[in-house]
Write a protein that binds this ligand. Structure first.
Ligand code: IPE
Ligand code: IPE
Ligand code: MG
Length: 236
């Protein structure tokens, strides 16, 4: 695998897709309309990622903490997710996209849980782009779940390394993100990929997620290409 620091195109881009509610409010529309428009932006960005040769795209679609939102909004988001999966899977598969889900998917109930597992199985052999959907995902919950699995594995304390621990996370086998984009102007991580972001480049943009375009994606990649990644070493 190429060294990410010498690679102008990030191998793995992760996006905190934020600002759907504000996009809708600015138009006097219900929040659900913002989430619907956000799903359209997802389609565009997946295409852009494929076009630019990005190999892994992680999208933060629903956080562990988003369950605290009003039931109606949670229902709207769950409906949209189901609908998205059903309407897009065939095309994603045809495009060579492999789907992976990280998070506590079982919280969405057995029906959606099974559909997600089937979508993962159906696309498992694809390798053009790995699309990682973070659903009911929280970084701290992921680390605790991994620690539990480590304890249950019978591994001796001295046998645990960073690399082995990473293998117990939801993201096992997926390289760490090189670039994280957060839309909507908020400048925080909101419990996203806490372990995996150790050396990611972070880019905050004021663009609201439903407005995020392939052009914005290309600009983000340009900005990334101009960054100097050091990984703690002294530049020579
Ligand atoms: C992002 O948009 C979508 C989710 C978090 C599910 P928001 O719904 O957070 O939109 P804002 O932040 O209220 O504008
Ligand atoms: C983060 O956005 C989660 C997703 C984009 C899915 P939030 O809107 O939930 O985050 P906070 O509440 O502003 O930190
Ligand atoms: Mg938000």
């Amino acid at each position: 695998m190429a060294d990410a620091s010498s690679h102008p195109v990030p191998l793995h881009v992760a996006i905190i897709m934020d600002g759907n509610g504000r996009w809708a409010a600015a138009r006097g529309l219900p929040r659900a309309a913002g989430h619907r428009e956000g799903a359209r932006a997802v389609r565009r960005v997946i295409e852009a990622a494929v076009t630019h040769g990005v190999r892994y795209l992680t999208l933060f679609a629903f956080s562990s903490e988003n369950w605290q939102r009003p039931a109606e909004e949670v229902q709207d988001l769950t409906f949209l997710l189901k609908h998205y999966l059903r309407s897009e899977l065939t095309e994603l598969h045809a495009e060579g996209v492999q789907l992976r889900v990280i998070g506590e998917r079982e919280r969405f109930g057995p029906v959606l849980g099974r559909e997600l597992a089937e979508a993962e199985a159906q696309t498992a052999g694809n390798c053009r782009l790995t699309l990682v959907l973070a659903l009911s995902y929280g970084g701290r919950a992921e680390i605790v779940a991994a620690a539990r699995r480590v304890m249950a594995s019978g591994l001796k304390p001295e046998e645990l390394t960073e690399q082995r621990f990473a293998g117990f996370l939801f993201t096992a086998g997926i390289p760490d993100p090189d670039l994280v984009i957060r839309t909507s102007g908020e400048q925080r991580v909101s419990n996203f990929l806490l372990w995996q972001l150790a050396y990611a480049e972070i880019l905050f943009t004021k663009v609201l997620w439903p407005d995020f375009s392939p052009g914005d994606f290309a600009l983000a990649l340009d900005e990334y290409a101009g960054r100097e990644r050091r990984f703690g070493a002294r530049p020579v």
